[in-house]
Ligand binder design. Structure first.
Ligand SMILES: Cc1cc2nc3c(=O)[nH]c(=O)nc-3n(C[C@H](O)[C@H](O)[C@H](O)COP(=O)(O)O)c2cc1C
Length: 187
């Protein structure tokens, strides 16, 4: 597996199929990780994303203070950990070590980035966008992919189900990203 930087104006493609994400954060020597389904692309260039971040989450505290977060699209091989970091709080102890999550340093932000993902975005919050509804707008400042899973501008999830992205339902249930099909387009 090699991580390859993607041109920033292409990063909307990574969220377009609606996968569950994992959000990492850091501030003042503390780091944290949580699950987030409510993330979507907002603009192409400069690329922006939307994220709903519960005011009660410990991640919210770190992200409010640092103005940054890492967003990653986990592989099905860490489905159980994805749910676990979404059902427990970093206020009660370090979730990276508790759930055996491996990380690597980001390129442009302080938050650690997670291994076992198909794609990663490093994000900087645009202040005061719409936080009345816990809505965060952030600019993507770096973006990279597992080159086995995304290349030639396309997803390639391959034959191993554990290498796929996931779509969260609730209560520990997901759909695995499924069959690709194409219809004729008008252009
Ligand atoms: C699969 C999944 C998706 C979730 N999506 C979101 C989301 O989009 N936004 C959000 O604020 N919380 C979401 N949550 C809940 C947070 O992950 C949860 O509140 C977490 O415990 C916060 O952790 P923290 O206190 O360590 O920051 C989700 C939980 C799960 C299991």
């Amino acid at each position: 597996m090699t991580r390859i930087n993607l041109p920033l104006d292409k990063c909307w493609k990574l969220l377009n199929h609606g996968p569950v994400t994992v959000i990492t954060s850091a501030h003042g020597g503390k780091t944290n990780v949580m699950a987030a389904s409510w993330a979507m692309p907002l603009d192409y260039d400069p690329p922006k994303i939307l994220l709903v971040l519960d005011a009660a989450a410990y991640s919210r505290e770190l992200i409010d203070a640092s103005g940054e977060f890492g967003l990653q699209i986990p592989k099905r091989r860490i489905a159980e950990q994805t749910v676990a970091v979404g059902q427990s709080s970093g206020r009660n102890g370090d979730k990276f070590s508790r759930f055996g999550l491996k990380t690597f340093p980001a390129q442009q932000i302080a938050a650690p980035m997670l291994e076992d993902c198909v794609a990663w975005m490093e994000c900087k919050v645009i202040p005061d966008a719409s936080q009345r509804y816990d809505l965060f707008i952030a600019e993507v400042v770096a973006c990279y992919v597992d080159s086995d899973r995304f290349h030639d501008n396309q997803w390639d999830f391959g034959p191993d189900p554990l290498e796929r992205s996931m779509h969260y339902i609730s209560n520990g249930e997901f759909f695995s990203t499924g069959e690709r099909f194409r219809v004729p387009t008008l252009d």
